[in-house]
Design a protein around this ligand. Structure first.
Ligand SMILES: *Cc1c(COP(=O)(O)O)cnc(C)c1O
Length: 493
């Protein structure tokens, strides 16, 4: 079964199965100088594993090089700018990692009794209080494991509250610019989605909102700043229109990187919202988790929060399960604790002034890039940008190079692509979020790359269309990869 595949020095790495050679092994032990035992006779068949068919056999150096090569293909925030919009792919200071790995925190077990978990409970309570202060809300649950689960939890809270008034209602309004998780959440929470159009400046059309909100509408789910990077200037009116009909304002807080320390959703009428700690508050992301999606609510929703809640007693903290109106648990135990520790370390290291400074830098960086790129790329909406800027590929697509091609060409320049084709209301979107962690030098290099690509498209669009040129595999069949993935290796027949 030995296949002659030569590993490419950079990419096109064969599978371990493909470089397997019978008899190769990672280590060798000296011959036994004691009698050997049959493992099954010694341990019992139920405790021994049968041979795995076609298990790869490789040497130690084969295995080390294989995995080391794979690790070098990862584009990471530690390598350079990662400008994915709506993701807040910021550099996370190492000190927060060090804190999360402190023995007493890393090894704590959720089944430890309350009396032995007081430190962890204090951390949890302190983070809840910090997030309540940052958002201007009254109570926070740290249970949800990601933004999408926070959305789901939030809508269950809305439903439980409305139900307690006698009618859970039928519909939730979602702007046409919303992240895909919003309508999905609405369905999962048992509501119908009603789409609400944006106006010419990329904001919620308040006249349309006024017409749509009736006794069947439970809530509006709004991202603010929204997914075109624009702050909803009518947010006060939006809240008033909803509240006049006892409908609630849910805020998707994925873009809190634009607000922390400057504006508080609780002050502009939001009733319930989630945060993405893995975006805004210093947990590395992009690899699929773990994350954390705390939900913050106004006081009237607090009785419905997931079980259990922390309660301060004379003997310190304990978990309170006696909460008859709670929607129940949404996750095992108390949330992704390591992520919570990182978030609190980040918040405390910055302090109020530091968090505000970070937000201002994020806004400055996005607007600096916007200015540098405006000459080459068309901005999608003529409204001030917050922490990210959204362009359209109109000019470049007319020359035959749409946003996807520009993104692939960026790989040749050593940058991770920006967010492609989102939000859907912007045709051919290029969505760029530099975050506060980038220096002027890095932003200048990125802008230079984007401008070079725009010039290439003017002069030689084919060059850009064939990109990336620097990777072993230039283009994959994205449809086949999504629809017919090969998830299990089979030996060649
Ligand atoms: C990232 C994001 C979400 C989903 O958050 P996850 O943590 O990935 O589940 C929801 N809404 C917006 C606007 C986002 O950017």
């Amino acid at each position: 079964m030995i296949k002659k595949v030569r590993p490419h020095p950079t990419q096109n790495e064969p599978l371990l199965f493909e470089i397997s050679s019978p008899g190769k092994m990672g280590y060798q032990l000296p011959d036994l100088d004691v009698p050997s035992l049959d493992p099954i006779a010694a341990l019992g068949a139920e405790n021994t594993r049968s041979e795995i068919e076609d298990f790869p056999e490789v040497s130690e150096v084969d295995a080390i090089r294989h995995f080391t090569r794979l690790s070098t293909w990862n584009y990471a925030i530690d390598l350079g700018l990662y400008p994915l919009g709506s993701c807040s792919m910021k550099y996370n200071p190492r000190v927060n990692e060090a804190v999360a790995r402190t023995d007493g925190l890393a090894w704590i077990h959720p089944y430890q009794p309350d009396s032995r978990s007081q430190g962890a409970m204090e951390i949890t309570a302190t983070l809840e209080a910090a997030l309540a202060e940052i958002t201007g809300m009254d109570a926070v649950t740290l249970q949800p494991a990601a933004g999408a689960q926070g959305e789901f939890t939030g809508l269950l809270l809305v439903r439980a509250w409305l139900q307690s008034l006698g009618n859970a209602r039928r519909r939730v309004l979602v702007p046409d610019s919303a992240h895909g998780t919003n309508p999905a959440t609405v369905h999962m929470a048992g509501y119908e989605v009603a789409h609400i159009a944006s106006n010419a400046r990329g904001m919620v059309d308040t006249a349309a909102l006024e017409r749509m909100v009736d006794q069947d509408v439970a809530a509006l789910m709004l991202t603010n700043p929204n997914t075109v990077g624009v702050f909803e200037e009518q947010i006060g009116d939006i809240a008033r229109i909803l509240h006049a009909k006892d409908a609630l304002l849910y805020m998707d807080g994925a873009n809190m990187n634009a607000l922390v320390g400057i504006a508080r959703p609780g002050d502009f009428g939001v009733d319930v919202m989630h945060l993405n700690l893995h975006k805004t508050f210093s947990t590395p992301h992009g690899g699929g988790g773990p994350g954390s999606g705390p939900v913050a609510v106004k006081k009237f929703l607090e009785p419905f929060l997931p079980l259990p809640r922390l309660k301060r007693t004379d003997d310190g903290w304990r978990w309170d399960y006696d909460r008859p109106q709670s929607i129940g648990r949404v996750r095992a135990f108390y949330g992704n604790f390591g992520v919570l520790v990182r978030a609190l370390a980040y918040i405390m290291a910055h302090g109020g002034d530091g968090l505000k400074r970070a937000t201002l830098d994020a806004l400055l960086n996005a607007n600096y890039l916007r200015k540098l790129l405006e000459g080459c790329y068309e901005i999608a909406y003529d409204a001030p940008s917050m922490h990210e800027c959204v362009f359209t590929d109109r000019r470049q697509a007319a020359r035959g190079a749409p946003t996807g091609a520009i993104a692939k060409r960026l790989i040749d320049y050593g940058f991770h692509p920006y967010t492609v084709s989102f939000p859907l209301i912007v045709h051919g979107a290029l969505m760029i979020e530099p975050t506060e962690t980038e220096s002027k030098l890095e932003l200048d290099l990125f802008a230079e790359a984007m401008i070079d690509i725009a010039n290439e498209i003017e002069n030689d669009p084919k060059l850009v269309l064939k990109a990336p040129h620097s990777t072993r595999i230039a283009k994959v069949d994205e449809v086949a990869a999504a629809r017919r993935p090969i998830l299990k290796w089979r030996p060649p027949t």
